[in-house]
Design a binder for this molecule. Structure first.
Ligand SMILES: Nc1ncnc2c1ncn2[C@@H]1O[C@H](COP(=O)(O)OP(=O)(O)OP(=O)(O)O)[C@@H](O)[C@H]1O
Length: 770
């Protein structure tokens, strides 16, 4: 190899979209370039405008644009492919620069801003002559043909000065053009072609953020400390730039499409969160699709890479549901080396609690699990037998789960002292005494049946783990007291106890907003406090189970180690705008005493506005849904430029309010409209049908190219029958249920990548932004 070649992120994305014949020639070009960049067939030449940018020939029509990026530590010259262009789109003014905030290499193409803006700014682009092809074909037309002067438009970014844009990190060559932009369309066009930080800044400013807000939310998180003279050190800049190294594997990468992009590429803001050394628990928050899961996965990979050799599993990756755990496992296995992957325990939170209980249970004493609904029936029986009228079964069940189990209250005295913030109705001491007695009867009854709920299991597991952590602490203190010697005199010096350690060195939690206090206590006890102990990804706007926790009260102190992601990689700005309205106006916590918001949440992707469709009745709603699905299918299966046809399976989904409705939709679509479906279950999609159908809960963490939400009617969303009972008796619970329902719609709407359609019949849901 006489040259090392890397591929700029934007160039990689452009290549995915090219015809396979161009891709094949591109592989050959890379192969040739790496062995001899000066080979005459490549015709490598600098462009006139910028001595750092070169053009080389891929075939008769396509050119690679490359930047020289110094020499590697092994003495091999480094080159970065910044773009692949048709030769008629190559002009002399193309440049590469090093960004003053991120220190990354940026490729700047003024051609992307459109003729009107260029003309208003008085810029004319010069086509780069291409002698070799000029001999065979006529000289290509200039990129910009003079046109009548374009009327001056009022600049869109009023209130921003060139100095502001420069300070924020907009690339120099685009500052004046950005301030010339006069319409939203022009701004979108500029953003689409701009380097990443510039695009984010301009999107922020364009959506109304102030210069200070952009600086705080976008610029500062992306900033890197740069040495004087960094502007000229391309080798150092290359090491800070997100690139794919071009080796023989590039063929597979390109063939897989952008599915693999996240594996090689982390945005600098994401990378910082992954790579920081945290002195204790850390949290990343951010709206849907901002890459929290990706960050959590990369964090696991980084922690695993730093482990000393061994065969144990010192890292736990956990989340709330079973199907998400399977998804995390498969994503992680494509990111990590199998040997390192073997050092990661991947379990969903209830599975983890069960393994603790199994380990601690005497043979034959395990209890079987009972659903919340069935347990509530047992409580109803107890209340009926005691002729108890003062409190309803739902109220007491909630009190039990939220307060008694939630705070691990073991005695009546503890319950007397317990804080009941957020529970609405106050309870006097005699009332608490009576409730405690009833709940005791209830748990004894469950016990007698050999059953327990998931929440009880979690609470018992937490207690076992806390005892274990306590023993570890006592031993460590004793060891310190006796100067680190052997522990022969300690009471419990059984061989089992001698080797008891914390179960994990690092724990990473995804979808953390849905974990209960008992889950947190268990996790806290499983890992020693200290560097890199807990890493948490969460978004409280997506809390869809009735769980509330204040992390600082369960021993998880985040202070100073919280970060936020604001750029969505999944959803278009059009979808995001509407989805954000569903949760606007409500207040969200930050898993602690502070609040969380979607401020600065934005997307660089654009697409059609979401459709809101009022239908006459159920039959009409299903018929219109079937038509939409067929149109989506036709669009997805449209043959690509190289003749390939995509398989539409699993790219479209229908989201409904409950399981019964899911069944009805599946059978109506199949019987009346010939559309096959697969139902989303706890285990993932069941069946081979093309369109996935599931309840809002099942869509958590997933994403689809096109998504329909149906049955979004008042009475269903929120579920009136369930809520009415609380409206008068327990207003706080009522508010919590409303919030849960609102969040479910928000989660569902933000699963769509590029098309969202929401329909209803009757009165529309009050949550819809109509
Ligand atoms: N830096 C990146 N470059 C390209 N794609 C990215 C990047 N980060 C994330 N993505 C993509 O964005 C999508 C959303 O990412 P991810 O699932 O991690 O988001 P999230 O914040 O966990 O979302 P949610 O809260 O909705 O579950 C995924 O398809 C992921 O591959």
């Amino acid at each position: 190899m006489t040259a090392r070649l890397s591929l700029y992120q934007k160039a990689e994305n452009e290549l995915y979209k090219m015809e396979s014949s161009v891709k094949t020639k591109f592989y050959d070009f890379c192969h040739q370039f790496r062995s001899d960049p000066d080979h005459p067939s490549l015709d490598l030449k600098p462009l006139k405008g910028d001595g750092r940018i070169f053009r080389a020939k891929i075939d008769r029509s396509y050119r690679a644009l490359l930047a020289r990026a110094g020499v590697g530590v092994d003495g091999i010259p480094q080159w970065l492919i910044v773009a692949v262009r048709h030769r008629k789109d190559v002009y002399e003014e193309l440049t590469v620069a090093i960004n003053r905030i991120t220190g990354e290499i940026e490729f700047v193409d003024l051609g992307v801003v459109g003729q009107s803006v260029l003309q208003r700014a008085g810029l004319q682009l010069t086509p780069a002559p291409d002698e070799q092809t000029a001999a065979v074909e006529p000289t290509p037309a200039p990129v910009v043909t003079p046109e009548p002067a374009v009327a001056a438009a009022e600049p869109l970014l009023v209130g921003c000065t060139p100095a502001d844009l420069s300070r924020l990190g907009v690339t120099d060559a685009l500052i004046d053009l950005a301030l010339t932009v006069g319409t939203d369309e022009e701004l979108d066009q500029l953003i689409a072609g701009a380097p990443r930080l510039t695009a984010e800044i301009l999107t922020g400013l364009g959506s109304g953020m102030s210069v200070d807000e952009v600086e705080r939310e976008i610029t500062q998180p992306a900033a890197t400390e740069l040495e004087p003279g960094f502007e000229d050190d391309m080798a150092a800049a290359l090491s800070r730039t997100a690139v794919t190294t071009v080796d023989d594997d590039i063929r597979n990468v390109l063939a897989e499409g952008d599915f693999r992009a996240w594996k090689v590429y982390l945005h600098p803001t994401q990378r910082k969160i992954v790579e920081r050394n945290y002195g204790g628990p850390a949290r990343v928050s951010g709206g849907p699709g901002t890459g929290k899961t990706i960050v959590a996965l990369h964090r696991v990979a980084r922690l695993a890479a730093a482990l000393p050799p061994g065969h144990n599993k010192p890292i736990l990756l956990t989340t709330y549901t079973k199907n998400l755990t399977a998804d995390l496992r498969s994503r992680l296995s494509s990111l990590m080396d199998p040997v390192l992957l073997g050092r990661v325990d991947i379990k969903h939170i209830d599975q983890l609690a069960q393994s603790v209980l199994n380990e601690n249970a005497a043979p034959g004493s395990q209890r079987s699990l009972i659903s919340g609904e069935a347990a509530l029936d047992v409580l109803r029986e107890v209340l009926f037998e005691h002729d108890e009228q003062r409190w309803g079964a739902e109220f007491l069940f909630d009190e039990w789960e939220q307060i008694v189990l939630g705070q691990s209250l073991a005695t009546r005295q503890d319950y007397f002292k317990a804080r009941r913030a957020g529970m609405g109705r106050a309870l006097s001491r005699p009332e608490r005494a009576a409730i405690w007695k009833l709940l005791e009867q209830f748990t004894l009854r469950l016990n007698g049946l050999g059953r327990e709920t998931w929440a009880q299991a979690a609470e018992r597991a937490a207690r076992y783990e806390m005892e274990r952590a306590h023993k570890i602490k006592v031993r460590a203190e004793h060891k310190a007291d006796i100067g680190g010697g052997d522990l022969v005199h300690l009471d419990d010096n059984s061989s089992a106890m001698r080797y008891v350690r914390h179960r994990y060195q690092h724990i990473v939690v995804d979808e953390a907003q849905d974990l209960s206090p008992a889950h947190w206590k268990m996790l806290r006890a499983m890992v020693a406090s200290g560097e890199g102990d807990l890493f948490i990804a969460s978004d409280t706007h997506q809390r869809i189970y009735d769980r509330q926790v204040t992390l600082s009260t369960v021993g998880v102190q985040i202070r100073g180690r919280a970060s936020k992601l604001t750029l969505s990689y999944r959803t278009t700005q059009e979808i995001l705008d509407q989805a954000a309205k569903v949760v606007s106006g409500a207040t969200y916590d930050d898993l602690d005493d502070g609040t969380d918001s979607l401020d600065g949440y934005h997307s660089l992707l654009h697409g059609p506005a979401p459709e809101f469709v009022a239908c006459a009745d159920w039959t009409d709603e299903i018929a219109q849904l079937a038509d939409a699905l067929k149109q989506w299918r036709a669009a997805i299966t449209q043959p690509g430029a190289d003749g390939t046809v995509r398989d539409p399976s699993g790219t479209m989904a229908v989201c409904v309010a409950d399981g019964e409705m899911a069944g009805r939709v599946a059978s109506d679509l199949a019987m009346k409209h010939g559309i096959t479906t697969a139902t989303l279950t706890k285990e993932g999609p069941q069946g081979n049908g093309e369109v996935h159908i599931g309840t809002m809960h099942r869509f958590k963490g997933l994403e689809y190219q096109k998504l329909a939400i149906i049955g979004a009617s008042d009475g269903i969303l929120p579920r009136a029958a369930l809520l009415e009972q609380y409206a008068k008796t327990d207003p706080t619970r009522y508010e919590r249920e409303l919030m849960k329902s609102r969040n479910q719609l928000f989660v569902a709407a933000t699963r769509a990548r590029d098309a969202l359609r929401i329909s209803w019949h009757g009165k529309p849901s009050p949550f819809l932004p109509l």
